[in-house]
Ligand binder design. Structure first.
Ligand code: FES
Length: 95
């Protein structure tokens, strides 16, 4: 990635430069980058940027991406009524 101002996490508008500066300053993991910058904590829950953040951190730290605990992500959630949950009503937004 050549442009330091490239946005990596679109939801939280976190740039490549912010992530790389954070990794260099604190010698931190992807999870710590997430906690320090909020990258991966936006609306999509990190599904869009998670792999990119892992790759950037691994590249700066010169370590392969560990198979263990990488950035977690949450599925998008929205409120449901009990009627929809119980099958009594249809959720029109999901169709
Ligand atoms: S793009 Fe990073 S949380 Fe959505």
């Amino acid at each position: 990635m050549s442009d330091e101002k490239t946005i990596v996490c679109r939801c939280e508008e976190i740039s490549f430069q912010t992530i790389s500066d954070t990794v260099r300053e604190y010698s931190c993991s992807s999870r710590e980058v997430k906690l320090r910058t909020r990258a991966g904590m936006g609306y999509c829950g990190g599904r869009t940027c998670r792999h990119m953040i892992d790759t950037i951190v691994a590249g700066i730290n010169q370590e392969p991406i560990a198979d263990e605990i990488q950035l977690s992500y949450r599925p998008p959630a929205r409120p449901l009524t009990f009627g929809v949950l119980g099958g009594m009503q249809h959720d029109n937004e999901s169709r």
